[in-house]
Design a binder for this molecule. Structure first.
Ligand code: SF4
Ligand code: SF4
Length: 360
């Protein structure tokens, strides 16, 4: 039923309390079932003869796959392995909660969690082929198009010609979070790889860190060869270092939220901070930053558990309030979707690429 790797991880986690204080879902729901160890305990019981029921399946979806538990684990265990496999089991047993099923169906039908047919990003005049392809991801394309359009403005200012796919397919990232890494997910990855190959790109600038993490870590194992993958933050940082962007200066205090996949899966922390410093910002860090950052909620979670995602994002704003910054920024469209909608009174959120555009 579960892989040996999943069983080993679940058995290690089931009686361990060491990372429970870091789980952003447990922190806002207060439910013991939302600790990593409780999920491990349930998986180990499933392996010992317990039958998965709807409540157990629901528990497995009350997780952001943010990796805070894995990152903190001194003994090197990884709850995401068994949580993803438990989601696969829930799907096989037809126990996926109805609100999750709706999102899965939308992804299978349209390639995105929003069920959108057309992107909201203005792509007029943008070619579909070229040496540099900008991969937007579903969140920027359909929910926060200003993040994509700001990146376009920055690249144009720096003189970087780029292409964008008008019908960019799903990367497999959302479906992988919803179903585990099953064949449908690998098929999506194959289609994405084929679309990138057809664009003729030698380099792909990836805006959404969820897509970048999947492309970097899984595509090769699935036989999907890609050209050079660079995150949008690393790309803009490089353009600034090369002197291709001249930015207006400020002395404002700001704080930066490290998106989970950028900070933990991609281990990328400094380019965004270097970009902020290049504009003169004084960064006042939240106490959980870089690899320790508290997740603010993924776009996919926002679709099937909006209330929990809302409270998770509000809880990240509580960390902002413990600094003396009144302005927050982040570099992933999925962070922007969660944090822009929850800014408390007297606080401001600006996506990092929108911020750079404002400083051009
Ligand atoms: S991930 Fe590590 S610290 Fe967390 S419950 Fe499992 S064994 Fe314990
Ligand atoms: S991945 Fe994140 S949300 Fe899921 S159990 Fe671990 S800390 Fe909690």
């Amino acid at each position: 039923m579960f892989s040996e790797k999943a069983k080993k991880n679940a058995d290690a986690c089931r009686f361990c309390w060491m990372c429970r204080h870091l789980c952003p879902v447990q922190l806002v729901t207060g439910k013991e079932t939302n600790t990593p160890r409780a999920k491990g305990l349930q998986v180990s019981m499933l392996e010992r003869g317990m039958t998965m029921d709807a409540e157990c399946a629901r528990t497995m979806y009350e997780c952001l796959l943010c990796g805070a538990c894995t990152n903190d684990c001194a003994t090197g265990f990884d709850p995401l392995v068994f949580i993803r496999e438990a989601r696969t089991q829930a799907n096989v047993l037809d126990l996926v909660p109805a609100e999750v099923r709706k999102v899965i169906d939308r992804v299978l039908e349209t390639g995105n969690i929003y069920g959108a047919k057309e992107p909201r990003v203005d792509l007029s005049g943008v070619p579909e082929t070229g040496d540099t392809l900008v991969w937007l991801g579903e969140c920027a394309r359909h929910s926060v198009p200003e993040t994509a359009e700001a990146l376009f403005a920055v690249l144009r200012k720096a003189g970087v010609p780029f292409a964008v796919l008008k019908n960019e397919p799903g990367s497999g990232s959302s479906l992988g979070d919803l179903l585990g890494f099953v064949e449908d997910v690998r098929a999506q990855a194959q289609r994405a790889g084929e679309a990138i190959r057809r664009s003729g790109a030698k380099r792909v600038i990836v805006l959404d860190s969820y897509d970048a993490a999947l492309m970097r870590h899984e595509y090769k194992d699935w036989g999907v060869e890609l050209p050079e993958i660079v995150t949008a933050t690393a790309c803009v940082d490089q353009l600034i270092r090369e002197g291709r962007l001249s930015l207006k200066q400020t002395h404002e205090v700001i704080t930066y939220h490290d998106g989970s996949r950028l900070a933990r899966d991609l281990d990328e922390h400094e380019p965004a901070r270097a970009i902020l410093k290049a504009m003169g910002y004084e960064i006042h860090e939240m106490w959980q930053n870089r690899r320790l950052a508290k997740c603010c909620g993924s776009a996919v979670a926002g679709q099937y558990m909006p209330d929990i995602r809302l409270r998770v994002a509000e809880n990240r704003w509580n960390d902002v309030k413990r600094t003396d910054a009144k302005h927050l920024t982040a570099a992933c469209p999925q962070s922007t979707e969660a944090l822009a909608a929850t800014a408390p009174e007297e606080y401001r959120y600006t996506d990092l690429f929108v911020l750079v555009k404002e400083h051009l």
